[in-house]
Design a protein around this ligand. Structure first.
Ligand code: COA
Length: 380
């Protein structure tokens, strides 16, 4: 790329990258560990339970998890302590300030893959956005650490819009391209969700998994010949307490502390399901119409991966018929909910077979509530 390349102000997705932790936990392993914890708890508290002072814990079940969510397994950064019924939190050695942080490390792996797939020289990248829902620290920004590790001359910052962080990042990057403030922007989403998940909570212990994704958003003028035109983006937020995490700088609660469940991830799953499905489906259909796209003609939906039933309903409302796996691919079964990275993993793994002219939608939704839609068309 030369300095005198005439920029178009038209944003495209040039490539994506994915880092998948090598360790996995199957539902069977997870439930076995959880149920051993339940047994330990109920034995230790037998007297109080018998006296009606403490409520006995109920066991979890593989069948329930798969039926209610579609999840069969998840990748994690630290399997052994999570499965130890005496620990049940991810543990790793604290890194010194001179070492690359964990989020930056996995973000860099995904970013390098995206750069390589686009044949992009880091010298031509202007910015790094670290868009994720679970942050390792407040500052210095992980984005700047990733920028430094990759050797990018430009700027970077972290942004958190929970499960919609990646799509909000894509629109932010696209706006930099549209305004001419950048020609090449990396949106990196390292999601170490296992740190904020309450592995002792039967209602949600099966939900999340760890991963990192990267999306290279560029001006069409500098993009590789094969890329995805960004036809339009739409973001929406509506305040809700139904998915919440109160961990923050004003509290120093131990994640293992009794009675401090709200310092970890909590949700009203049923309400989320009911309220988010119509909100997202309506947003997609309205925005598609505004862009002159027939929603029923969308070739593929890369939806947020939180619950298979939610995706079935949203896809049905958008496409006007029950979507098959080719129209709405699932990665939830092996990755679980990877927060903002889910729809990007689906896009990364299930987009190469599409042909020039095919139009699709990357869409995320989650806490906030927040929802983000990115309409793309393949150029090949
Ligand atoms: N094993 C066995 N049974 C369980 C269980 C477990 N791990 N967890 C809950 N149950 C039981 C409940 O106690 C309840 O029993 P009851 O009917 O006797 O009261 C029953 O199963 C149904 O529980 P519920 O929580 O209502 O299940 P659900 O069908 O709503 O499924 C979710 C739970 C979380 C999978 C589902 O609500 C969901 O995915 N919602 C969307 C969440 C979402 O998108 N969040 C965004 C996060 S970023």
């Amino acid at each position: 790329m030369t300095n005198n390349t005439e920029l178009t102000g038209r944003p495209v997705i040039s490539s994506t990258g994915l880092f998948t932790p090598s360790e996995t936990i199957t539902n069977e392993e997870l439930v076995d560990s959880f149920n051993r914890y339940v047994e330990l708890f109920n034995t230790e508290n037998a007297e109080a339970i018998a006296a009606g002072e403490v409520e006995a814990l109920q066991p979890s079940s593989v069948e329930f998890i798969e039926k209610a969510s579609g999840i069969k397994a998840r990748h994690v950064m630290a399997k052994e302590p999570i499965l130890n019924p005496e620990i049940m939190v991810p543990r790793w050695d604290e890194r010194s300030d001179d070492q690359l942080s964990m989020m930056a490390e996995i973000g860099v792996i995904a970013a390098r893959q995206a750069l390589e797939r686009a044949g992009r020289d880091v010298a031509d990248v202007d910015a790094v956005l670290c868009a994720a829902s679970n942050m390792e620290r407040p500052y210095p920004a992980m984005a700047i650490e990733i920028q430094q590790e990759l050797g990018i001359d430009g700027f970077g910052f972290d942004m958190n819009v929970a499960c919609s962080s990646a799509t909000f990042g894509i629109q932010t990057a696209a706006d930099y391209i549209r305004s001419g403030n950048a020609k090449s922007v990396l949106v990196v989403s390292p999601e170490i969700t296992s740190g904020h998940l309450n592995w002792r909570d039967r209602d949600s212990h099966f939900i999340f998994g760890d991963v990192a994704t990267a999306v290279l958003v560029e001006d069409a003028a500098v993009a590789p010949a094969e890329h995805w035109d960004i036809l339009g983006t739409k973001l929406k937020t509506v305040f809700s307490n139904n998915i919440r995490n109160n961990f923050g700088f004003l509290n120093r609660a131990s994640p293992e502390g009794e009675g401090k469940k709200d310092k970890l991830f909590v949700q009203e799953g049923r309400k989320v399901f009911k309220e988010v499905v119509p909100m997202v489906a309506e947003m997609i259909v309205t925005e598609a119409e505004k862009l002159g796209i027939d929603p029923q003609g969308l070739r593929r939906l890369w939806l947020h991966q939180a619950n298979a039933g939610m995706n079935r309903l949203i896809a049905q409302r958008v496409l006007g018929h029950e979507a098959n796996p080719d129209e709405s691919p699932t990665v939830l079964d092996t990755y679980a909910n990877t927060s903002s990275a889910g729809s990007i993993i689906a896009f990364h793994q299930h987009s190469e077979d599409l042909v020039g002219g095919d139009t699709g939608l990357i869409c995320s939704f989650g806490a906030g509530y927040s929802a983000g839609a990115v309409f793309v068309r393949k150029v090949a």
